[in-house]
Write a protein that binds this ligand. Structure first.
Ligand SMILES: Nc1nc2c(ncn2[C@@H]2O[C@H](COP(=O)(O)OP(=O)(O)OP(=O)(O)O)[C@@H](O)[C@H]2O)c(=O)[nH]1
Ligand SMILES: [Mg+2]
Ligand SMILES: [Zn+2]
Length: 276
């Protein structure tokens, strides 16, 4: 039979198949071949002997969190408390784009903004929408449910942004632990620790501990550049332009004239030069 690994606890693998769950062990062979089964893996398994026989080719594979075959990433981004961080949002978009995971931008905590603040925030949202991303608020539950159908979705975003709260509102039976964020530090402590795919609205979702530190060391500069999707709208005379030191750069021109959001370009330069 074929199924998808939805949970791993030490050497016990929970495989979901046709609406049923099977507890399986893995074969010694995997260890010998240095294959480490991941949550998200599609597998062939023997339902009688309860063994995983084979791991099917992966569409993608992440290290942190340790999961595979993710279709889309719902980036929960708080607009306040913790304060909106364009840097973190753009970082998560880069990481998802690098792994061919479709980013969905979900902004939380609008209720904490003043009218003026939400006016400013809306402008930023419109920009991300215009460059091609699905942008929504964490109150738009029906839209979110619709997007989850038939997909494996990772919920990601800063700790305390409201990922687990949102999942609980989508399905109250999940009863995920949520955390009151520490007011003194202005940031939450991680309340989500283990990795499990949960079935939700005809799809599968994964709540991850907030990515607190993302390592760019495994991403090439070209991959970072290509993850800023709107740059492609402004072809430069020099084909492999990094949009940094080059003269006659269309991207830089369009940052200056306001077509490209300046925070996006600034974050791009920061990601290219992580030590500065
Ligand atoms: N005001 C307000 N508070 C929210 C909203 N969404 C979540 N919260 C609160 O924010 C806090 C953190 O929410 P969690 O759901 O635990 O955050 P998380 O993203 O799962 O955090 P980690 O598991 O640590 O990564 C909780 O106290 C929630 O009640 C929102 O839209 N508005
Ligand atoms: Mg959580
Ligand atoms: Zn350029």
């Amino acid at each position: 039979m074929e199924g998808q690994i939805i949970k791993i606890v030490s050497n016990l693998y929970t495989v979901s198949s046709g609406g049923n769950r099977y507890s399986c062990y893995s074969r010694g062979k995997f260890r010998k071949d240095k294959i480490i089964p991941q949550v998200g893996d599609y597998v062939k398994f023997d339902e009688k002997e309860c063994y995983i026989l084979e791991i099917l080719p992966r569409k993608n594979s992440l290290i942190r969190p340790f999961v595979s075959n993710i279709d889309q990433g719902l980036i929960v981004t708080s607009v306040k408390h913790p304060d909106f961080s364009s840097n973190l949002l753009d970082k998560l978009i880069v990481v998802l784009e690098q792994h061919q995971i479709e980013p969905i931008l979900c902004f939380s905590k609008w209720d904490l903004l003043s009218d003026l603040e939400s006016f400013e925030m809306e402008k930023i949202c419109v920009y991300y929408e215009e460059i091609g991303y699905v942008v929504l608020k964490n109150t738009e539950l029906d839209r979110i449910k619709e997007l989850l159908k038939g997909k494996t979705t990772v919920f990601t975003g800063q700790t305390g942004a409201g990922k687990s709260s949102l999942m609980n509102r989508l399905d109250s039976s999940l009863q995920l632990e949520t955390g009151e964020i520490s007011k003194a530090l202005g940031r939450g402590k991680h309340t989500t620790r283990h990795v499990e795919l949960m079935e939700l609205y005809g799809g599968k979702v994964l709540d991850t501990p907030g990515f607190s530190s993302i390592d760019f060391s495994e991403i090439s500069k070209e991959e970072i550049r290509d993850a800023f999707v709107e740059f492609r709208n402004y072809p430069c005379p020099f084909r492999d332009c990094m949009h940094q030191f080059e003269k006659e750069c269309e991207v830089k021109k369009n940052v200056e004239n306001g077509n490209i959001l300046s925070s996006r370009y600034q974050n791009y330069i920061k990601f290219l030069n992580p030590k500065r």
